[in-house]
Design a protein around this ligand. Structure first.
Ligand SMILES: [Zn+2]
Length: 476
């Protein structure tokens, strides 16, 4: 009993001390589920249970009383000269955003400001929700072909720590990472959540699923090296097992390679790789286990099959045709085009030693993608914002906006893709994507009006994540 009391007191003291009342339920369940059999004989169980219940109830009362009398969490107030409501497209003037702890507590022109609140003056800028990038490879760098073989998994993790900081500085407070080796993305996400390294909130896929020899396999070395990427699985049973295994090691979502790709050796971007039945098996398992599915797909048939199999988003969509557009509209599948990368890649690929085969594929696929994606925009498919950052240096993510606008979206639609649409795609509409009470205080600010010049988002001057100011070029 003394050990139990000690454990209970220690746990509750910690809660009271940190004043996190919402964690109380978790602490309670930890105490309740603690098994007395591990410390006591079975005969003592009943007496112990009654004693335990009385003990918990008394501690609960004490804790509620103490928590009620505890001071409120740190308050921060943002004076926003212009505030873009990304839902309506209206720019509101002279708004006050009240932040308590890591959440937005209120927003409006007559918001009450608590005494002693820290005030952030953004009265000369336009304030909008933290941006979301739904397609990054945060642990990877611009190494394609054989130069990628020289990067170890530990080095990849360290690259991720650097790239996460750069991405957050660029105004991206949330990312969905779709492919990394050795679960480096899981480790990075956890390190960021623990406050060990700065970076955006991350939803991660771990290694992408691929057929043997597919885009997401490693096809660089001959047979005797026996090299295969971690996500390779063929056939229904194998893809089911791989999906479960990837979730076991910490993935928030599943990424699959439905067709060939550009930056891989020996495969054709237009060719379907996974069969419809394999994709259906992956999606069924992933959804049952509460994970969304993102499908890399260039070729039209693979896009259509993936959409019909129930994936949540098509990444790239380079050869999307009318039938694929119709399937995506019917199924409500998001299109996450990655377009700006063409500008950087086609200019720099030779200089950085990219193999000729990959450059040739890029020259063919990337311009075609712009033409076809423009047609998909015009047809009204749901659009998410993604970049494939790693195909160009991290931090340039916001260059995607201007290309989306060039291909037919309005600046507001492009901004909505990177806020409310991506929040919906990630399943985080109640957490991120707008500046509203109850959401995480993820906020950015720029000079000028992004609805008039969307490139202003390439020069984000203020970034707040979870109520903490991580960048403020306006500070005197
Ligand atoms: Zn990618």
């Amino acid at each position: 009993m003394p050990r139990l009391l000690l454990r209970g007191f220690a746990g509750f003291w910690q809660e009271i001390h940190s004043r996190k009342i919402e964690k109380l339920a978790v602490s309670l369940s930890e105490v309740v589920t603690w098994s007395p059999e591990t410390q006591f004989s079975v005969g003592d169980g009943m007496k112990l249970s009654r004693c335990l219940v009385a003990f918990i109830v008394s501690l609960f009362c004490v804790n509620v009383f103490w928590a009620q009398s505890a001071p409120a969490p740190k308050a921060v107030v943002i004076r926003a000269g212009h505030l873009l409501d990304v839902k309506t497209g209206k720019t509101l003037t002279n708004q006050t955003i009240l932040i308590q702890g890591d959440k937005i507590a209120g927003v409006g022109s007559d918001t009450q400001v608590p005494a002693g609140a820290q005030v952030v003056d953004l009265s000369n800028s336009t304030v909008l929700p933290g941006l979301i990038d739904a397609h990054t490879h945060i642990t990877m760098t611009t190494n394609f072909g054989y130069s990628r073989l020289a990067i170890s998994v530990p080095r990849e993790a360290l690259n991720g720590a650097r790239n996460a900081r750069v991405t957050l500085d660029a105004g991206f407070t949330t990312i969905r990472n779709v492919g990394a080796s050795g679960f480096t993305d899981v480790a990075l996400r956890d390190a960021i959540n623990a406050g060990d390294v700065p970076g955006p909130r991350m939803l991660v896929s771990g290694p992408p699923l691929s057929i043997a020899g597919g885009h997401c396999d490693n096809n660089l070395l001959p047979f005797e090296w026996h090299v295969q990427n971690e996500g390779v699985a063929d056939g229904i049973e194998a893809v089911q097992h791989k999906t479960r295994e990837i979730i076991k090691y910490g993935a928030d979502l599943i990424k699959i390679c439905a067709t060939g790709g550009v930056l891989s050796k020996g495969d054709d971007p237009r060719a379907s790789q996974y069969t419809f039945e394999e994709m259906k098996a992956i999606v069924t398992d992933a959804h049952r286990l509460g994970r969304k599915v993102a499908a890399h797909a260039h070729g039209a048939e693979g896009i259509r099959w993936a959409s019909e199999a129930g994936v949540d988003s098509i990444e790239h969509g380079s050869y999307i045709d009318d039938a694929a557009i119709a399937a995506m509209k019917k199924n409500g599948t998001y299109l996450v085009p990655t377009l700006y990368l063409a500008d950087w890649f086609l200019e720099n690929a030779e200089r950085i030693g990219t193999p000729a085969e990959l450059i040739a594929k890029g020259r063919e696929v990337m311009p075609a993608a712009r033409k076809n994606v423009a047609r998909a925009f015009a047809a009204g498919v749901k659009v998410g914002f993604g970049t494939d950052a790693a195909v160009y240096p991290h931090g340039l993510n916001a260059h995607e906006f201007a290309v989306m606008v060039k291909l037919g979206l309005t600046p507001l639609q492009a901004i909505q893709a990177a806020t409310i649409n991506d929040a919906d795609l990630l399943g985080w509409s109640d957490k991120v994507g707008t500046i509203e009470a109850g959401k995480w205080a993820d906020i950015v600010a720029v000079d000028g009006d992004p609805l008039a010049d969307v490139t202003t988002l390439e020069r984000v001057k203020f970034v707040m994540k979870g109520g903490e100011v991580v960048k403020n070029l306006y500070a005197k």
